[in-house]
Write a protein that binds this ligand. Structure first.
Ligand code: MN3
Length: 216
């Protein structure tokens, strides 16, 4: 079974952009709900890969939509929590240089990232990704869809633009949420590690593997 990991920071650590109330609902109820549903679905399947990435790939291949959605949302949320920080530092090193050279700097990157999130119709995710050659791009994915299987790129940061991510704190102002989020919460140290890993230096982020259940 897969486990809902605790948040890597306190529930009030991301205020005021993401309130403790939102984070409790989002982590325990939404993300926790996906994990619970995922485990229930896996109970009914005979062969279960022990990695979540394996489950997502198998569900995608067998067109098991409901399993795919719960597995991908479990993974998307775990990545989202890890790609934020309560103590942000600006991008540094190779990633900072790439943002300047390819995106025209942080202000231009923010404008493009926010615009992509605003233009996303309905629910989904906005990603900053890198290809194996260090090329940066902003992508959006719909609903539970993750970047896997769509492109060969590596995610650096992501923002959840489902309404449950911002409605309690920002109501319908998705643009305001995205702007405040981009300024305050991306973990650029995490993004730098992903950026290096995309180019073969170090390990990419992976969801924790399934844990074995001991028979009661
Ligand atoms: Mn969400």
């Amino acid at each position: 079974m897969f486990v809902l990991a605790p948040l890597p920071y306190a529930h009030d650590a991301l205020e005021p952009v993401i309130s403790a109330r939102t984070l409790h609902h989002h982590h325990e109820k939404h993300h926790g709900g996906y994990v619970k549903a995922l485990n229930a679905l896996l109970d009914a399947v005979e062969i279960v890969p022990d990695t979540l990435e394996g489950v997502i790939a198998a569900a995608s291949k067998s067109r098991n939509r409901v399993l795919f959605n719960n597995a991908a949302q479990t993974r998307n949320h775990a990545f989202f929590w890890d790609a934020m920080t309560a103590a942000p530092a600006p991008p540094a090193g190779d990633l900072a240089a790439a943002i300047t050279a390819q995106m025209g700097g942080m202000a231009a990157l923010k404008t493009e990232f926010v615009a992509a999130g605003v233009a996303q119709f309905g629910s989904g995710w906005v990603w900053l990704v890198s290809d194996a050659g260090g090329g940066l791009a902003i992508t959006v994915s719909h609903d539970a869809q993750d970047w896997q299987g769509e492109t060969a790129s590596t995610p650096l940061i992501v923002c959840d633009v489902w309404e449950h991510a911002y409605y309690l704190d920002h109501q319908e102002d998705r643009k305001g949420f995205l702007e405040a989020w981009f300024d305050a919460l991306p973990n650029w140290e995490f993004a730098s590690r992903q950026y290096a890993a995309a180019q073969g230096q170090g390990q990419k982020w992976k969801h924790p593997a399934a844990v074995a259940l001991t028979a009661a």
